[in-house]
Design a binder for this molecule. Structure first.
Ligand code: PEP
Ligand code: MN
Length: 638
């Protein structure tokens, strides 16, 4: 784009409003779990009741309200949900679309704390908020103490400190310390680890996040049944004479479309707190409905290759298919490393007409044979509409290269080929233009479109291109299509490829395309940027790919060694943290050993390792025991 003297100077875009600018209301006082949830949305503003919090939101005094909705132990949290239901039943939300824009999970570690000098057995009254008391029913029963309800957990701690005597509070550790109480028991929830999910509520939000939860208020028995059929999570509220069956439903993404068929019968109500499933959302970029309308992430699958929606892939292989032997050798090497697709160019777009142009269509058979030998799908570039049909007969994925990103005739032809398409971003193409090109492919009938950032042209010339991770992240907010990065063409130099690959992987790309060669000095194209097969192995081990089955035992052991090194480093950090927590415990006069906490650690491992739970317990036991050793705990010191 040229700039004439009359054009205004480009200005830095205004930074978006920071969460600090938003006022986030919660019920309770500083130090409560509600305050923590509010702090994740903006500047926390405390209210005495849930009703007042909601009224402030509707009146525009605050921009966000956080309401605790579900606790892992106690289930639906009735007080705040009832307050929200009342507001909806009174019709107060009809004018403003009240939207749940996010679900915020706050870990809840409740402790039992008392004034200094009060022994556990002496406690006669336990103060806390009703939902918190419900979360530690076993403790309350065991103590044989009278539960006293307060309006939040932090207040319970202050109240107990103020009153003194044989009283204790169930609250967070921070609130207990803030109030000057001594912790008698830690982590007292009936189920550990415990957490509470809060609804982040907004009035007429400018934009509803794509991953906002689907929450509806419902009433009526038939509707309840229909929602249950959709596997909605039902947060049932106590009935009222005129509305005996009511509550809130959280509809899973997988049932969202079907929820569009739900109808409230006579005497029933269905109010979506956010977009209703029947409303078709406008595309995020006008004119690009197929590429930029909010949808579930697209997963493109070809045999062992799956990319998008949490599935991550690596396409690796030589820049160009040079000979049947070369591509067979490299296919074996990349499969052994753990790559999930094989690449290789047979038509090469070269800057100089005198450079190697590729062996053409005959090389496609060499690439195909190599892919079949190792069980990997093949990815290859098409440069001209006339090549498409022929290449699509054999290639599993067609690539449109950077130089052809805006070659619309080629896009139309490739999009109609019946094969998935990997679209490279042109080096002078904006994210919007890149998505426009994707729209051409989708419009031509291709459902499996993948986008690949490969370095754009900037003033910087120390690298071949500038890998635009910012652009990739921006694209993530605009499209549901899988996003890949090609660090090889961006770097142009072998030594820079692993670093860029890690940066892209860390930024959350769905996949990588990496060039590999076993004799880069004699490669016919792009030798200087090709990784050696062993470099690829190192990288794919780091990213957690499984080495190919055809690899050697030594290769797999190499990967296991890398895992062991990682575990050793984590254990060593865990021990350092154990020594640190011991110091904190000693300083605050707390016992070193905490069996409830140990149960939490065991539960976490059992949950994470699932069917391997028995062994998970053993692993947790070993960690706990060496942890205690590091803390300086000795049997006789009990
Ligand atoms: C390639 O992948 O071999 C290639 C030529 O890439 P790009 O189109 O990104 O330059
Ligand atoms: Mn190349």
């Amino acid at each position: 784009m040229s700039t004439t003297a009359l054009d205004p100077l480009p200005t830095e875009p205004e930074p978006e409003a920071t969460p600090r600018d938003l006022r986030a209301g919660y019920q309770g006082q500083p130090g409560s779990f509600g305050a923590r949830a509010a702090a994740r949305c903006g500047r926390p503003v405390a209210f005495g009741t849930f009703e007042k919090t909601l009224r402030a939101l509707l009146a525009g005094d605050i921009e966000v309200a956080v309401l605790p909705a579900v606790n892992r132990v106690a289930g639906a949290i009735l007080e705040p949900l009832s307050a929200l239901a009342e507001v909806i039943e009174r019709g107060e939300t009809a004018l403003h679309s009240l939207t749940v824009t996010e679900e915020i999970a706050v870990p809840v570690r409740l402790v039992l704390a008392a004034p200094r000098g009060v022994e556990l057995d002496a406690v006669r009254e336990v103060f806390s908020q009703p939902p918190a008391l419900r979360q530690c029913g076993a403790l309350v029963k065991q103590l044989d103490a009278m539960p006293i309800e307060t309006h939040d957990t932090a207040y319970a701690a202050f109240r107990v400190a103020e009153l003194g005597g044989p009283r204790a509070a169930v609250c967070s550790e921070e609130a207990a310390l803030e109030a000057g109480l001594v912790i008698l028991l830690e982590d007292v929830s009936d189920i550990r680890p415990n957490a509470t999910r809060f609804f982040r509520l907004e009035k007429n939000p400018a934009e509803t996040p794509v991953d906002a939860p689907h929450v509806a208020y419902y009433s009526g028995a038939k509707l309840t049944g229909a929602l249950a059929e959709l596997s909605a999570e039902l947060l049932t509220l106590p009935g009222k004479p005129e509305i005996p069956v009511r509550g809130f439903a959280l509809v899973p993404e997988s049932a969202w479309k079907k929820a569009g068929a739900l109808r409230a019968g006579v005497g029933e109500a269905l109010v979506w707190l956010g977009a209703s499933p029947t409303v078709t959302r406008p595309p995020r970029i006008a004119g690009l409905p197929k590429a930029t309308t909010a949808r579930e992430p697209k997963i493109v699958t070809v045999g062992p290759f799956a990319v998008g929606g949490g599935k991550r892939a690596v396409i690796a292989g030589p820049c160009a298919v040079e000979s049947p032997e070369q591509v067979m050798r490299l296919a074996k090497a990349v499969a052994r490393a753990g790559a999930t697709a094989l690449r290789g160019g047979v038509f090469k777009p070269r800057t100089s007409p005198y450079s190697f142009q590729g062996h053409g269509i005959s090389a496609l058979d060499w690439l195909k044979a190599a892919g079949e030998a190792v069980g990997l799908p093949i990815v290859t570039e098409v440069m001209a509409p006339a090549q498409v049909t022929k290449v699509a007969e054999k290639a599993d994925v067609l690539q449109v290269g950077a130089r052809n990103c805006q070659n619309y005739d080629l896009l139309k032809e490739t999009g109609a080929s019946g094969r998935p398409v990997l679209l490279k971003r042109g080096f002078g193409t904006t994210v919007d233009e890149w998505l426009s090109s994707a729209e051409y492919l989708l419009e031509a009938g291709c459902e499996d479109v993948m986008l690949c950032e490969r370095g754009i042209r900037t003033f910087e010339n120390s690298t071949r291109g500038t890998l635009d991770l910012g652009g990739l992240l921006a694209a993530r907010l605009l499209t549901h299509l899988p996003l890949l990065a090609d660090p090889s063409h961006a770097a142009g130099k072998r030594g820079l490829v692993p670093g860029l690959a890690r940066a892209a992987w860390g930024a959350g790309v769905d996949g990588l395309m990496i060039e590999v060669h076993d004799a880069p000095e004699s490669a016919l194209s792009d030798g200087p940027q090709a990784l050696l097969p062993e470099d690829l192995e190192e990288l794919l081990d780091e990213f957690g790919f499984l080495p190919g089955e055809s690899g050697s035992v030594e290769r797999v052991r190499h990967a296991i060694d890398a895992v062991d090194r990682g575990i050793s480093a984590l254990v060593s950090r865990r021990l350092a943290l154990c020594r640190r927590v011991a110091a904190v415990k000693r300083a605050s006069g707390r016992p070193l050993r905490d069996e409830a906490r140990e149960a939490t650690v065991r539960a976490r491992f059992a949950e994470a390792l699932g069917s391997e739970a028995v062994n998970a317990e053993k692993l947790a036991d070993a960690l706990i025991s060496i942890g205690l050793e590091a803390e300086g705990w000795k049997e006789e010191g009990r």
